[in-house]
Each structure stands twice: as C-alpha cells, then as structure tokens.
Design a protein around this ligand. Structure first.
Ligand code: ADP
Ligand code: MG
Length: 603
C-alpha cells in the first residue's frame, strides 16, 4: 500500500476552521462588527435578512483596505494586527488570528467593498465558498462593507441545525449589544428586514445602557468605579431590588471585549448576598482594564473566556468595589445626578409653586446586615366576596381527575389556627392530621388556576386599568412582545404598540397591580427568551405558569394570620391543591395514625 497522508486543501482547512469560528449567523456578526471597530470606525451599521440566514451586512466608515489587502484578508492567517509573537502580549485589538474572514468566506457567498480615504476609487471583491469569483474597481464611500449571503449554503448539516428566526435574531442582538456596550462613542444601527430595530448615537456609557435596556434603567443603575495598579474597574450594577430571575444582564468586559468569567461573577454575586432574593441574579456591566500581558486570551477561538494572571486579587478588588457601590447607594438613594430623563418632563404650569427637593437618608442603614434586604410590598388579598364563604362549600369535584397525594378533606367545621414557620411554611390541623403547606408553592398553584380561568374567560378575566400604563422596553424585548402578543392577550393583557420600544398597557389580568405590570411583562419576556424555542413547545398555559411563578409570594415573606388563613383556604379551593403547576408538592400531610405510631401509641 502507498502513502496515505495528504495535505488538506485550503478550502477544506478553512471550512474546518469555520466550524470553530462560525457556529451561527450571530458569530459572523460578531466577527464583522469587531473588524469594523478595529478599523477605527465611528459609525457601524448592521443589516440583517431572515435573522442572518440569507444576508448579513456590516457597513463601516473605518480605515478601509487597499486592493491587495482586500484580496489578502480572505487568506487564512492574514492579519494586519500582529507581526510577531511578541505582539501577542500587547494585543489591544479584538481580532488578531486572521481567521474570521477566511472562515466565513469558505461557508458563504461574500462580497466586500472597501475604500481608503487616500484612494480615489474603491475595490469590490466576490468570493463564494473560498473560491475567488471576481475583483473590480468600484466607486464607493470611505470604509468597508462586507455582505455575507446564504451562510452555510454549502454545509447543509450546519444550515439545518440553525434555530428559529426569532432565536437566531436574539443571538445576533446579543452580539450587537456586546459590541455596542463597549463603544458608547461609536454610532450603531441595526436593521432587520428593512426595519430599523436599534439606533444608537454616540453617548456616555449610562446613556448607552439605557438606550439598549429601556429608560426604566435610568433609575436602576448604580455606578462602580475603582482604580488600582492591578486593574481599573468601571461600570454599573443594578440596584438589588431589580435583581433578575435569569442571568441575562450580567456582562464583564476586559480590555474592551466581552468575556465570561464564572470566578469573577462569583465576586459580584457574593457582594449582593443577603440583599437580593434567593434564585435571583444581580444585573451588572463591569469593565475591567488590565495590562494586556497579564491575560491569556488564547484559550478559546471565540475568545469569550480568558484567564487573568492574578485572578485572586482581582476577585477581592471587584468584590470590595461592588460592596462599596451598594453601600454608597443605600445611603443616598434619592440622589441621581446622572438622570437623563429631565428633557421628558412636561413643563410646569405657570405660577406653579416650586418646592425644593428633599433628600431622605437613613445614616443607620447597613446593607450588609442580615434581614435588611429590600422586600416588595405584599398583602395577601382577602377579597370581599370570598371572605364569607367557607372553602368546604366550594370544594371542587374537578380535583378528582388529578392524581391525589393527599385526600383533601371535604367537610370540616372548625378552623384551626395556622402558624407560619421560618417565613416559609404554614402549619395547621385538618381532619386527618397535621398539614404543612409550602407558601410559595401554594400561591403558585392558586395564581395558576386563577390565570387559567382568565384565559378561558378571555377578556372577561381582564381588568381595565384606570390609567393606561406606558412601559418602555429594550429593543429586543420589544421584538419579543410582538411575537407574544396573542398569548399575552389570551392571558388578559391588552398591550398596544405606541412608538419606538414603547407600549401602552390598557388592561391586565385581574389581581395584578399596576405597579407590578412592567416587572411582570419583563419577567414573562425573560422566561420566553430562556425557553429555547419559545413557549410553543411547552404546551398550553405556559404563560399562566410563568405569571404564577413571577407573582407568587416567596419564601422569606412574613404572613399575618389573616393572610395565612386566606392563602390556606384559597389553596384548598383549587382544583389540584396539592401540586404546583410544575408538579411539585405544595403540602405535606402528617397523618394522625402515623404520628401515633411515631410515639408508639397503641390503638
Ligand atoms: P483578524 O481580525 O483576526 O485580523 P480577520 O479575518 O477578521 O482577522 O480580518 C483580516 C484582516 O482584514 C484584518 O486584520 C484587517 O486588516 C482586515 N479587515 C477586516 N475587516 C476590515 C474592515 N472592516 N476594515 C478594514 N480592514 C478590515
Ligand atoms: Mg477579525
């Protein structure tokens, strides 16, 4: 047998590299946008068709390329960013491997137009699947435009693997945000299907965050700043009371690039401990500047994971800086000099008396003391019509069709006192024994059935708001809410689009307070985004489930005796009182017989 080892052709090698660099349209977006930033652009435009599956275009006004460079940039390991191995230690640009364009061009049809300021005429080059098609002189404006068409057209397996347009667009917006958040001084535009989705003018960091996240963030962010010879920290954290149910709003940037770092994440979350509710995550946007030679960016081809040389010290500095910021905010919560909202305020009527603003501070406040975490107001509602009715009379035979864990008693005259234990459980006596109820699980069940009932009754279940509520959402949330509008209206929300990223809520499911609506809708959108394929595959009632989870009273909430007993009787009135919508138990029954056996009683 002869020799069997062959060198891979250049285009096969590029395709293999592309497997690592380009997983989905969003990866190509990232590479093109980073190149535009590296080229010194001050304006960057991203244009998308079909969530990047048919077209991705990035147009910049950066330094542009010569004829030769425009050809060269598609060669593997072609880069202008490093010349020797030593340069690797001082890397400040986003790219440096010279792999991205070669990889992308091997799995798509690429057209690049570029012109340097000093040249009179630009150049246009076309490459399909690594194959050079043509290059010609064209007249175009200064800078570079790269158009990628039909990504993965020659790798059907990868193309079939792509997710729904909604989800792929979400990934693209995420990459877009990551770049836009590092360069508030650059203007960005994002178009999808010829519609402008995001438009960002040059601004400071806080304005950029608010532009991307929605104007409610004006009031939610606390600045962080700490200089040291090891690391300089800047950025913002979210106030503890706005901690989220998912990690969606946690961003670290090191030397201008988005990074993931679980260890440093721990430093931040640890600083928030005791201040936020269990299972919620603080919002943060933290920018670290370190000596480039003290990080190793080489460990992952897409470079979101990096190692710091002195990670332990950075951890300590970061943790202290966050604690300090939270502490400072808690002392002066009413001061917010940076608010950019002032222009939106309506002018005061003539002769309106002007009262000087007052600031209330509590100098005794110590945010790190236990038990001081901010709690949302909660009153378990005991509604008038329900008050006089005995739950026993409302016992619903429907529950029989559910698998029972506890035979819920159907007749009982006396009502025993209910004790709350650990601000978590309600303990009381029923006919067969002692019953222990998990307050959060129980409330989820109660709300779930209520919302389901409302879904059935359609808009009858909704309550019209006295004053329609205007809510501001981030551009990607705005996109999502449109996707979800059917489900939302079924659940009793009447939401209409009012303007760019602005919506008006006319009605909400009954029982939902006006003040809860914005957070609830954000919560629903967040849950929707975290389900990879939206709610569709999760069966009916997913929205009711999410709302119930969001609005339920949580562990740690003190209930007064009236609230406890209202919760208990509402639970027993449910069709399936003993399990949560997810099938977890809401209650545990300690049978009197069993109890007797424990004490070796003989009957
Ligand atoms: P890298 O960014 O790692 O150098 P790329 O494949 O992304 O590798 O790009 C190769 C080279 O092409 C870059 O080093 C740069 O010189 C040039 N280039 C790419 N995009 C642009 C752009 N938008 N404007 C100017 N030059 C660009
Ligand atoms: Mg690059």
């Amino acid at each position: 047998m002869g020799d069997i080892i062959k060198l891979l052709s250049e285009s096969v090698a590029n395709q293999i590299a592309a497997g690592e660099v380009v997983q989905r349209p969003a990866s190509a977006v990232k590479e093109l946008m980073e190149n535009a930033v590296d080229a010194g652009a001050t304006e960057i435009m991203l244009i998308i068709k079909d969530a990047g599956k048919t077209m991705i275009q990035v147009v910049d006004n950066g330094c542009g390329m010569s004829d030769r460079d425009a050809r060269m940039c598609f060669e593997r390991h072609a880069t202008s960013k490093i010349k020797s191995a030593n340069d690797l230690l001082a890397i400040r640009t986003l790219g440096f491997r010279g792999e991205a364009l070669a990889s992308i061009a091997s799995i798509s049809q690429v057209e690049l137009k570029s012109k340097r300021t000093e040249d009179d005429i630009g150049t246009s080059i076309q490459i399909h699947g690594s194959e050079f098609i043509s290059q010609e002189a064209v007249s175009c404006s200064d800078g570079t435009a790269v158009i990628i068409k039909n990504l993965f057209y020659n790798v059907p397996a990868r193309r079939n693997f792509l997710k729904s347009n909604t989800l792929e667009l979400k990934y693209i917006m995420e990459e877009f945000n990551r770049v836009a958040l590092v360069h508030p001084d650059i203007s960005f535009k994002l178009y999808n299907q010829d519609k402008i989705l995001i438009q960002l003018s040059p601004s400071n960091l806080k304005q950029r965050l608010v532009a991307l996240l929605g104007s409610s963030y004006n009031q939610r962010l606390i600045p962080v700043q700490q200089e040291s010879n090891l690391v300089n920290l800047t950025g913002f954290i979210g106030k503890p009371e706005f901690a989220r149910k998912t990690r969606g709003e946690q961003y670290f940037f090191a030397n201008g690039r988005f990074i993931k770092n679980p260890y440093l994440n721990h430093a931040v979350e640890n600083a928030f401990q005791e201040l936020i509710m269990k299972d919620t995550f603080p919002t943060y946007f933290i920018y670290l500047e370190v000596d480039p030679s003290s990080i190793d960016v080489n460990i992952h081809p897409t470079k979101t994971e990096i190692n710091f040389q002195d990670a332990k010290s950075i951890y300590a500095i970061l943790n202290a800086a966050i604690k300090q910021s939270i502490g400072r905010y808690n002392l002066t919560p009413a001061l917010d000099f940076e608010t950019e909202k002032s222009l939106d305020l309506p002018p005061l009527p003539k002769d309106h008396p002007i009262t000087p603003p007052t600031i209330r501070i509590n100098p005794e406040y110590n945010p790190f003391e236990k038990q001081t975490r901010p709690q949302m107001e909660f009153n378990y509602k005991v509604s008038g019509s329900e008050r006089g009715v005995q739950w026993q009379q409302l016992y619903d035979p429907l529950k029989e069709i559910h698998p029972r864990q506890i035979e819920v008693p159907d007749l009982e005259e006396s009502v025993y006192p209910i004790i709350q234990v650990e601000n978590k459980f309600l303990v009381t006596q029923i006919q067969q024994g002692v019953v222990i109820v998990d307050q959060q699980a129980a409330h989820e069940r109660i709300l779930y059935e209520k919302f389901i009932q409302q879904e059935k009754n359609g808009s009858d279940g909704a309550q019209k708001l006295l004053l329609p509520l205007t809510i501001q959402l981030s551009p990607d949330d705005s996109q999502m809410i449109l996707d979800l509008s059917d489900s939302l209206s079924q659940a009793g929300f009447d939401v209409s689009e009012f303007g760019k990223n602005t919506f008006v809520v006319h009605s909400a499911p009954s029982g939902v307070e006006s003040s809860e609506i914005q957070l609830l809708i954000e919560g629903i959108l967040e849950a929707y985004k975290s389900e990879t394929d939206g709610f569709k595959n999760k069966g009916a009632h997913q929205l009711a489930r999410t709302m119930a989870r969001r609005l339920s009273i949580k562990h740690g909430r003190h209930l007064n005796p009236r609230e406890s007993s209202a919760l208990f009787s509402d639970l027993l009135r449910c069709a399936a009182p003993d399990i949560t919508p997810e099938g977890k138990p809401t209650m545990y029954l300690l049978d009197f017989d069993e109890l007797g056996k424990k004490f070796k009683h003989t009957t």
